[in-house]
Structure formats: C-alpha cells, structure tokens
Design a protein around this ligand. Structure first.
Ligand SMILES: N[C@@H](CCC(=O)N[C@@H](CS)C(=O)NCC(=O)O)C(=O)O
Length: 207
C-alpha cells in the first residue's frame, strides 16, 4: 500500500492511523507548495487534486475518513468497529466534517496555511465567524467527553482521530481550547500516543 500525504490536516489523520496500527505503507510525499497535487499522474489517482490518497493494488482511495477505516480493516483492528458502535462513529465523523473541524479548519487555514503558502493576512471576518462556531461546537464536545476516556467511552476509534485532528495545532491556529477542560484532557490523552504526536515520516533533504 502507498499513502500519498503532505504535512497538513487531512493527511495527518491517515498517517497517524497508519503509524498507530503499524500498517506497512510506503509513504509518498506530495508537495502542495510545489503543486505536485495538480500533475496529471496525481489527478489520475484523485481527480479532486487533494491529499491524502491510499493506493492498494488497483484501488486509489481518497477522503481521509474512508482511508482511516480502510487501514483499520486492513490491520484487522477495531478503530472502525463493525457492530452497533459503527453508527456512533459515523455520527461523530459527520458532526466533525460539518461542524467541529469545519470551523477549526478555517482557523487553521487562516492562521497557519495562509502565512505558510504566502496567501496573505488572515481574513478577520472569517476568523470571527469560525471562532464563534468553534466555541459553540467545542462546548458540545466538552459536555460529551465528561466522564469518557474517548468519544465512544473506553474505546479509541477513527472518530477520535478525526475530531481531534486540529488540536495539535491549537496554539498556532489560535483555537481557544483552554476554555474547554474536557477537550484539553481528552487531547492530552491522545497526545500520549507517539503516532498522534509524530504521524509524518521524516523527510530527508536531498544531498
Ligand atoms: N475531505 C478531504 C479533504 C482533503 C484536503 O482538503 N486536503 C488538502 C490538504 S489538508 C489538500 O490536498 N489541499 C490541496 C488543494 O485543495 O489544492 C479529506 O478528508 O481527505
């Protein structure tokens, strides 16, 4: 299997799960800054021109959540459970895409990606709106996590990898997670995993 990634938010989920489960994937770095995601070869794998993509034989699978689930099945692991818990995981994945990481991702984009790619100053109206939504949804998450180790209780699932993915960037993205102690506690637990802290392969500079 080959995992195409860059050191950004969505590939981080796929890389973290691959590393956590020790799935023997070959990592292929697609440099977004150099437009490597717009080459005909890459667009043949993902017509959306986005990372991550997982290649397994003839399959070219895009969408980070689907990739996490595929990796869990490939490793015969339980991060994507195949019983009644799956509905609960699905609920959190959808909530995350539509609400939590949607707005946290805006703050990540405005404060981290824009300066990194030289795209100008953060758009203040976007930041203000995203900050308001972030607080609303972080409050829901905070209440849910009270008395729970992970989103589904004692069991770590792909939902934790998805919902938590902006939190390693909380400082630079200016996410006010210090207002949400249960979210902070949960994220500290995730950060105990080396695969969460350091999901990306080390890139060696060309000699
Ligand atoms: N919904 C997709 C989003 C993928 C995505 O937006 N990837 C970004 C990096 S985090 C990307 O490749 N952006 C390049 C571009 O849009 O030009 C997923 O979860 O995989």
């Amino acid at each position: 299997m080959k995992l195409y990634y860059f050191e950004t938010l969505n590939p981080r989920k796929a890389c973290a799960v691959a590393q956590y489960l020790r799935v023997p994937v070959e990592f292929a770095r697609i440099d977004l800054g150099r437009g490597e995601h717009r080459t005909p070869e890459f667009l043949a794998l993902n017509p959306n021109g986005k990372v991550p993509v997982l290649r397994d034989g003839d399959l070219a699978l895009w969408e980070s959540n689907a990739i996490m689930c595929y990796l869990s099945d490939a490793a015969k692991a339980d991060l994507w459970p195949h019983d009644a818990r799956q509905i609960e995981v699905l609920r959190w994945l959808n909530w995350d895409a539509c609400h939590f990481t949607r707005h946290a991702g805006t703050l990540y984009f405005e404060h981290i990606i824009k300066p990194r790619l030289g795209l100008g100053e953060p758009a203040l109206a976007n930041v203000k709106e995203a900050m308001g939504f972030f607080r609303t949804h972080a409050s829901v998450l905070n209440d849910h996590l009270r008395g729970r180790k992970f989103l589904l209780g004692d069991q770590l699932t792909v939902a934790d990898f998805a919902v938590g993915i902006t939190l390693p960037y909380a400082g630079a993205a200016k996410l006010p997670i210090n207002e949400f102690p249960e979210v902070e506690r949960w994220h500290e637990r995730l950060a105990e995993m080396p695969a969460w802290r350091d999901p990306f392969p080390v890139v060696r500079a060309a000699a």
